[in-house]
Design a protein around this ligand. Structure first.
Ligand code: 13P
Ligand code: ZN
Length: 276
């Protein structure tokens, strides 16, 4: 068996959580990451018949939702209550590798959560997002939840509505419409860790790779860590510019015609109704 600590997917988890912590997006235990793994890549590192523990399917509390499309799938996931700043120095305590059990009501721990821990309290939302994104993009593998500072600050002053929020972000930096031409989905404040917020997020994920959780943070999905992290990074940069402008008088802007010109030049399929 190869050394799992050297596995590229584990190194990706360490790198992304370290970066998110360094950028101040994920204080304390804030944020969580899940990464869909391929059986072929995992079996080089782990005996997949060796189940360390079986854990009920849960968020903060027991949760019942239809996870059947993911039965038998493998994920590496950050642990609940775990601090991103500690992932690098102790991956085996702060991360876990799980398989969705045959009964669709449990997960099987194959590695990690060494101190008796378990998957993030946002596991239902993560799994529902994976299911939603896999339907529109079979290559989707990552879901990241984070609390990026400027994006969160923007939530208090910009209407929590898909079109207005997306259009405002697009106007804050020329490349935004190229990076997320579909815009961002926005949810009102909802109780986190619940099946309800998971369902609402997954519904938005049918149309968007990015979903803002009103007054809480952001969810992003993508085919790899760079794409997914890059989506949050780009939104956070735009939100930073928005906050730097603050209530100062705007005398220059990126017009709708400019946005259309960028989208057409870069050949991206932007959400047309957001530029009406
Ligand atoms: P966990 O520690 O359970 O991952 O929760 C962090 C968080 O950001 C909740 O929304
Ligand atoms: Zn959170």
């Amino acid at each position: 068996m190869k050394n799992i600590l050297e596995a590229p997917f584990l190194q990706d988890m360490i790198e992304v959580t370290s970066n998110m912590y360094r950028l101040g997006w994920d204080e304390r235990n804030g944020g969580n990451v899940s990464y869909l793994l391929k059986e072929e890549e995992l079996k080089e590192y782990l005996d997949l018949n060796n189940i360390v523990r079986t854990i009920p399917l849960m968020g903060l509390y027991d949760t019942n939702f239809d996870i059947s499309p993911l039965i038998g799938k493998y994920f590496i996931v950050t642990g609940t209550g775990k601090y991103f700043k500690n992932v690098k120095k102790d991956p085996e305590t702060n991360l876990g590798i799980v398989r969705i059990a045959e009964d669709g009501k449990h997960i099987e721990l194959l590695w990690g959560y060494k101190d008796g821990g378990r998957t993030t309290s946002e596991f239902p939302a993560h799994m529902m997002c994976h299911m939603a994104r896999l339907k529109v993009d079979p290559n989707n593998r990552i879901v990241i939840h984070s609390h990026p500072t400027n994006t969160l600050a923007m939530n208090y002053v910009c209407p929590l509505e898909d079109k207005i929020f997306s259009h405002t972000l697009w106007q804050m930096s020329t490349e935004c419409i190229v990076v997320f031409p579909e815009g961002v989905g926005v949810l009102p404040w909802m109780l986190c860790g619940t099946k309800e917020i998971g369902e609402a997020t997954a519904k938005k994920m049918q149309d968007y790779r990015l979903v803002i959780w009103g007054l809480h943070g952001v969810y992003a999905s993508g085919k790899d860590m760079d794409e997914t992290f890059g989506l949050i990074e780009t939104v956070e940069k735009a939100a930073t510019i928005y906050n730097l402008i603050g209530s100062r008088k705007i005398i220059n802007t990126i017009t709708n015609d400019n946005l259309k010109e960028i989208a057409n030049y870069f050949k991206v399929n932007y959400r047309k109704e957001f530029l009406d």
